[in-house]
Design a protein around this ligand. Structure first.
Ligand code: SF4
Ligand code: SF4
Ligand SMILES: [Zn+2]
Length: 131
């Protein structure tokens, strides 16, 4: 898990199913090449022009923060996956990306095998243990 995996919207791509899977793997939002045939199933923010053109590194730098699109994403993740992109962003703004990544390593590591917990399935990607 590294800082290049933390997307502009506050999502940690390292815990995304599309990143963890073997086939048709997504390299993560910041490393995504538009030419690659990856299906971005979970991403709605990727198409924001400000992000695409590199005008903002994180959404909190944007004048429209938090915009409707980001709020919708955040709501979906709060209800379905028990995490919040906006909370992540607030934390990064306050404490910096390094501290955030350190915490994420602990938060999403399986207590059974140390593997990565997949946020979309709510279980360890390695051993399948439910969190
Ligand atoms: S699908 Fe989206 S959240 Fe998942 S790894 Fe790719 S860019 Fe990141
Ligand atoms: S907060 Fe700003 S940078 Fe982020 S998705 Fe919305 S408009 Fe784009
Ligand atoms: Zn495990």
């Amino acid at each position: 898990m590294k800082s290049s995996l933390i997307a502009a919207c506050g999502m940690n791509c390292g815990i995304c199913y599309a990143y963890l899977r073997e086939k048709n793997k997504c390299p993560g939002c910041r490393l995504f090449d538009a030419q690659e045939p990856v299906s971005i199933v979970w991403c709605k923010i990727r198409n924001c022009e400000l992000i695409k053109k590199g005008k903002v590194k994180f959404c909190f730098e944007c004048d429209s923060f938090a915009c409707k699109r980001l709020k919708q994403l955040d709501k979906r993740y709060r209800t379905k996956y028990n995490m919040s992109e906006i909370d992540n962003l607030e934390y990064i703004r306050k404490n910096g990306i390094r501290k955030f990544v350190e915490n994420e390593k602990i938060r999403w590591s399986c207590s059974e095998c140390g593997g990565t917990i997949n946020v979309h399935k709510g279980s360890c990607f390695n051993c399948g243990k439910k969190e």
